[in-house]
Design a protein around this ligand. Structure first.
Ligand code: TTP
Ligand code: MG
Length: 614
């Protein structure tokens, strides 16, 4: 099955990729809206958790994902703002993304979640490299425009901007010509990154943590080395001269990656890393904590995995493959473990692949309640469709036109499982769903939103609901409505070429297949069964539904949280929390954050998403 000879992997370091992670993102959004908040310890609350806090709060010992009660005890003068309305974060994220995009020449700007962005700046770097005067590197000028040589900034190309890994001065003097060339490109990239970081801060008010390297994987990980408000460049040599020669040149990539826990590698998700860990530690499956499969006790480093006897693409295929797994998963994981990630930075996307709105509840069990909540959700959905899918119609000034028509409407619910004999309720993250064609009337721009909502609820959503729950006795803790299967409406005659755009969509569909929410109906047969059918329906991170003021049956949601599939550009940012009454608190096995048990699964999905590089 496995041979000890590891296939040689070929590096391709032709690109220069910059990764941005905005510092304390949610807190920064509030600070930008109200600069007075900068000087006070500020926490952003969702449910009972401080999901993030600003650096003033961190200086006082507070941290992300703390219980509100704990944080208040520790820092009584802390200012707490409610962060359950996600629109402000989404808008800020879009604005920053567009801002960064305005500096690129190739539109390769990819959003990951709300607060991370990758830029592929290979072309900008190559252009500026071609303009360098090798005899006077210290007095270079960075051209941000190919057309106007005055647009740009002076820089010192003989040194790296920001931090280097390994530390400054450690770069071998006798590096090969190939590495010398990579070094200069990385340095140029580091100056561009610094310029963009400063622009983000000075023009938009956001500080960020940045990584510079030749792939999304390495840029993202390099950035983590110095936080906040800093940048790190992963320096050459990226290749070892010889695997056999211990005295030979060591790859900084391998050296750097080797220190990471296997679960920290973007692209190797939580479940994958657990399987690899189990194998490397020869953990007996029977001994695994049956009550909580998320418990991780032992750390396994990338080095442990890389050097594990027999480890390679075949063994990884055996460990990670199987039903529902991506084809070639072993080879992909093996490449990542060796610091190779060829995944492209996606180009700017004009329309999202789906728009999805949801909210969580304490337990809805009557039709009038459902109808009421469907109205709330449908209103958000139609408003969001107007924001994201309409553009000014150039042929009819003052009018708008649809960029894309979603073809499918899906309704999903999450029924609460029955209580155990001891009165506790098992956790449930299983959704069931039904889909149907999205009725055309929804695209009417003449009718008011309220009228459209009424029609959608009565004529489409309620019948769909009856297909999911026909009998009595159901109690729901989540409802989601989603429009998907976007069909782009630009005609081929439109400037910019509709054909190109649809081709782009096709490509993205392919790339994002793994994360696509399938529009298959998921039968309402989950009780006591295997819920694999719902695997296509993934969503991530924490939800923002508000705890109800009193203890009424229904949790009043903000305006319905959005549940977007975790694709690369369309940031998934939430998962609805299942608030059960029996919650106690625990610790996240990945980042050690303390939080109530009910928040744990959603939080870990946040990590899974965080780890997704493609
Ligand atoms: P992070 O990038 O993890 O955190 P951050 O930007 O606040 O702080 P840092 O400076 O360490 O990067 O997450 C981005 C935002 O996502 C964060 O501001 C709040 C939100 N978030 C959740 O909603 N749920 C979670 O479990 C976490 C970790 C973050
Ligand atoms: Mg951040």
């Amino acid at each position: 099955m496995t041979s000890r000879a590891k296939p040689s992997l070929k590096r391709n370091d032709d690109r220069i990729i910059i990764h941005f992670d905005y510092d304390c993102f949610y807190a920064s959004v509030f600070e930008v809206e109200n600069p007075a908040l900068k000087s006070v310890p500020l926490g952003v609350q969702q449910k009972q958790i401080i999901v993030t806090c600003n650096y003033e709060a961190r200086r006082r010992g507070l941290h992300k994902l703390q219980l509100v009660s704990e944080a208040k005890k520790q820092c009584p003068d802390m200012v707490i703002v409610l962060g359950e309305q996600l629109d402000r974060f989404r808008d800020a994220s879009k604005m920053l993304y567009k801002f960064l995009e305005s500096f690129t020449w190739n539109n390769k700007v990819e959003k990951l979640g709300f607060d991370e962005v990758f830029l592929d700046v290979t072309d900008l770097v190559a252009y500026n490299q071609s303009l360098l005067n090798p005899n006077d590197l210290s007095h270079a000028f960075f051209n941000l425009s190919r057309d106007d040589p005055t647009v740009g900034f002076p820089f010192d190309a003989s040194r790296t901007a920001g931090y280097e890994y390994p530390g400054l001065g450690d770069t071998a003097a006798d590096i090969t010509a190939k590495d010398q060339e990579l070094l200069i490109r990385l340095r140029i990239g580091s100056h561009l990154a610094q310029h963009l970081r400063h622009r983000l801060e000075e023009d938009k008010g956001y500080t960020s943590t940045v990584g510079i390297s030749t792939s999304k994987l390495l840029a993202k990980l390099a950035g983590n080395l110095h936080k906040p408000k800093a940048q790190t460049t992963l320096m050459p040599p990226y290749e070892s001269t010889s695997h056999e020669d211990p005295a030979g040149q060591k790859s900084t990539v391998i050296e750097f990656l080797d220190t990471h826990d296997i679960g920290k590698i973007p692209g190797i998700g939580f479940k994958m890393s657990q399987k690899i860990r189990d194998h490397v530690l020869a953990r007996n499956v029977d001994l695994k904590d049956k009550t909580d499969s998320r418990v991780v006790k032992d750390s396994v480093s990338v080095r442990d995995v890389r050097l594990f006897p027999g480890m390679g693409p075949e063994l990884l295929d055996e460990l990670l493959g199987g039903l529902g797994a991506e084809r070639g998963i072993g080879a992909k994981a093996w490449a990542l473990i060796n610091g190779i990630d060829e995944s492209e930075v996606q180009t700017l996307k004009r329309v999202p692949s789906q728009i999805s709105i949801e909210d969580s509840y304490r337990g809805i069990s009557s039709l009038p309640e459902v109808r009421k909540e469907l109205r709330v959700l449908a209103t958000s959905l139609i408003n969001r469709m107007h924001t994201d899918l309409l553009e000014p119609d150039e042929d009819n000034p003052g009018k708008k036109r649809w960029l894309a028509h979603p073809k499918t409407l899906r309704l999903s619910t999450r029924p609460q499982p029955p209580r155990n004999p001891d009165g506790t309720r098992p956790r449930s993250f299983n959704r069931i769903s039904r889909s149907c064609p999205l009725p055309n009337f929804i695209f009417s721009l003449r009718e008011g939103v309220d009228a459209l909502v009424e029609k959608l609820v009565l004529e489409t959503l309620i019948p769909l609901f009856h297909r999911l729950h026909d009998g009595k006795g159901w109690s729901l803790n989540l409802i989601n409505i989603c429009v998907a299967n976007m069909v782009e409406t630009a005609s081929d005659t439109v400037k910019g070429g509709g054909r190109d755009i649809s081709r782009m969509f096709k490509h993205q569909e392919e790339v994002l297949k793994e994360w696509k929410v399938e529009d298959k109906d998921v039968p309402p047969d989950w009780v006591g069964g295997n819920h694999g059918a719902n695997d296509g329906c993934r969503s991530h991170a924490l939800s923002r539904a508000e705890p109800s003021a009193g203890n009424d049956a229904i949790m009043k949601g903000a305006t319905g949280s959005e549940d977007v599939i975790p694709m690369t550009q369309d940031a998934v940012d939430e998962e609805t929390l299942y608030l059960d009454e029996e919650s106690d608190s625990g610790k996240c096995s990945i980042c050690d954050a303390a939080m109530p048990a009910f928040a744990m699964a959603a939080h870990e999905r946040y990590h899974e998403f965080e780890n997704l590089s493609e």
